[in-house]
Design a protein around this ligand. Structure first.
Ligand code: SF4
Ligand code: SF4
Length: 189
């Protein structure tokens, strides 16, 4: 599942206050946070880290790169530490995201998802808050569109990689290919 996570500083709960500040951020502890090419680019640049330093590969059972040729997807996620996301920090029982300004797209969208073209709060979610969907949609409409486009870009890029290079190249080569393509997209726009 590609998780959708909400912004820490948003103000769209029915109480009118952001509950994330006082929450123990179960969403950052319980889910695997999958990331796309744009997320990895933003995190790498802002943190000055190589993607290998913060990425975990999923689904790498059959192939070196973990590319599932049948589905055409390569799942990359954030590493975890102390039973939570590696970017989650705790101080005096208050938890905060240390990459809040450029956190992954799915983190910004949680706990919402688009189903049949409609934005809904995820069912079976662990978030204890009843959010105001209309206000969330108004506030996040640009982000939600961007989120969708970036995942499409990533999925197409993996399909292209599969078609061109097959399945036996090192991860570092794939990551460079992927980040170069994000830069190329930025220079075009
Ligand atoms: S579980 Fe809900 S309230 Fe808690 S940090 Fe996540 S989105 Fe915010
Ligand atoms: S990147 Fe930030 S918001 Fe996303 S799971 Fe990690 S700590 Fe939570």
């Amino acid at each position: 599942m590609k998780l959708k996570v909400i912004s820490d500083d948003s103000d769209v709960s029915k109480t009118g206050k952001s509950p994330c500040v006082s929450c123990h951020t179960n969403c950052c502890k319980e889910y695997v946070i999958f990331v796309n090419a744009h997320d990895i680019y933003r995190l790498s640049v802002r943190l000055g880290l190589t993607p290998e330093d913060f990425l975990e590969i999923y689904g790498a059972k059959d192939y070196d790169l973990g590319i599932n040729v049948k589905e055409g997807l390569l799942d990359l996620a954030l590493k975890q530490k102390d039973g939570g996301c590696m970017f989650l920090e705790e101080s005096n029982d208050v938890f905060r995201c240390t990459v809040n300004d450029f956190k992954p797209s799915v983190c910004k969208s949680y706990p919402f998802q688009i189903k049949n073209g409609k934005l809904i709060q995820m069912s079976g979610k662990m978030c204890p808050v009843e959010w105001n969907t209309k206000e969330f949609e108004n506030m996040m409409s640009n982000h939600l569109k961007k989120d969708k486009d970036e995942w499409k870009f990533y999925d197409e890029l993996v399909l292209e990689w599969n078609a061109k290079y097959g399945i036996k190249k090192p991860l570092s080569v794939f990551l460079k290919f992927m980040l170069d393509r994000v830069v190329l997209e930025f220079t075009k726009s």
